[in-house]
Write a new protein. Structure first.
Length: 157
């Protein structure tokens, strides 16, 4: 009887040990807004803690109040992780020529970069690239889709 109990206990301990994650699987960790531990890649942490995307009005590259709040959170995350560098991707909706949208995407990315610099992030940590209308987040031919494609995305390198 005792041997059965000991065998059962050993089996339970073995299963429990197999279910535990290794202490370090190469993932980055950070602390969330309420102090909870966050794990994942730097991009996951940026997205969880600050959001990685801001949106623009049609044919505009100015930063809205809502976007500024997101950029303030991004600046905090970047200041807490001084080794991180980022690339700001500028995007547009499908309307307009390829050339025009590449320019507009660049203006959006640059406006985002300038806002982060104004919030204390070193300029040499921020690159920009414009994808124009070539990488839509949402495929569609209506205002709802277009609004989600007029964006700048902060990607941790």
């Amino acid at each position: 009887m005792n041997l059965k109990i000991l065998t059962l206990l050993a089996a339970v301990l073995l299963v429990a040990a197999c279910e535990q994650k290794p202490a370090d699987q190469g993932a980055q960790t950070g602390t969330g807004q309420q102090g909870q531990q966050m794990t994942g890649s730097p991009n996951d942490i940026m997205k969880q803690r600050a959001g990685d995307t801001i949106y623009f009005a049609f044919d505009r590259s100015d930063i809205t109040a809502e976007a500024r709040a997101t950029l303030q959170r991004q600046a905090q995350v970047l200041q807490q992780n001084p080794s991180w560098t980022v690339t700001i991707q500028g995007h547009c909706d499908e309307r307009g020529t390829v050339e025009y949208n590449l320019g507009l995407g660049e203006r959006r990315a640059n406006a985002t970069r300038q806002a982060l610099i104004a919030l204390g992030v070193a300029a040499n940590r921020i690159q920009i690239i414009s994808y124009g209308k070539e990488r839509p987040a949402v495929v569609g031919h209506n205002e709802q889709a277009w609004a989600q494609n007029r964006r700048a995305v902060t990607v941790v390198n």
